[in-house]
Write a protein that binds this ligand. Sequence first.
Ligand SMILES: *Cc1c(COP(=O)(O)O)cnc(C)c1O
Length: 348
Amino acid sequence: MSKFQLDSLIRENVKNITPYSSARDEFKDFNRDMVFLDANENPNENGVNRYPDPQQHTLKNAIAEQQSVAPGQLLLGNGSDEVLDLLFRAFCEPGVDNTITMPPTYGMYKVLACINNVENKEVLLTPEFELDTTGILTTVNSFTKIIFICSPNNPTGNSFEDIAIEKLLTNFSGLVVVDEAYIDFSKGESWATKLERFPNLIVTQTLSKAYGMAGIRLGICIASPAIISVLNKIKPPYNVNALTQDRALEGLQRKEKTNKEVETILRERSVLQNELSTIGFVHQVYPSNSNFLLAKVDDAGKRYNQLLKKGIVVRNRSTQPLCKNTLRFTVGTSKENAILLKTLKELD
Ligand SMILES: *Cc1c(COP(=O)(O)O)cnc(C)c1O
């Protein structure tokens, strides 16, 4: 396998782009009291009449400090979904290149591949929900640009072994994305700590899960400054709005509250795990490093509909490979979980 060379992975049109230079990009001296007559904004102050900082300096500084990386190693997006889409658009030539995912996993990778007219090759997890590294590496061809690893994985809940991910990082000369949407619920260390060792590694995180801010849409991409500058060339100038930047900063500053909430969710998960296992029609509850549990039941369609009638919405994952008759339960508040368990125990 040839060595990783970022330049050879970037689409030609992206290499040749002169990025749109926004009014706020050209004028970076935010500290002085200036008269802003450059962006056709309404001059009457109301808190949001100005365009937001296109590079989100304040927010990035806070995230960089928390992650022990440089601000230049961060790209922020309108949710992880935008970050993932930018990766396709920067590196995958439509109709030519391909990506690899390992179902059962997060559905957005495949959807984004479709939207971008990029072939997505699928290499199933093993029956134990582990990575088939040999299968993945034999599926790689010279047009494979990105491998998407979701760890902890949605919907199975488990994290993949470090050695398996490392094997892919060292033996594949394209980009390896590790989606860490659920990292805060896991004991494992973030792969962001290993960016120096792996120039082809891209880590994505989000404020949607542990931080409890799915509504503001903030996704985080952590990678080498070289990769980040490619993404910066193609991102929409104002992709993270001012309200989101403000709320995200507040959220990051409540680290202790977030930690407490995560601890509570983990305690609740363990109660839910134990109780679910005692229910007759629940055949298996898979171990989880996330804020949800995947369980195999006798008849997922039937149980899903019964719960729905009682006003409880869970996720039926049965259409996913290796997930026949499985339901995914998000861990709720202790009250919500009690309602779920009581309802499940009363079903005929
Ligand atoms: C929930 C989730 C995300 C979060 O996406 P956002 O767009 O940031 O809300 C990302 N990846 C996975 C695997 C998820 O389950």
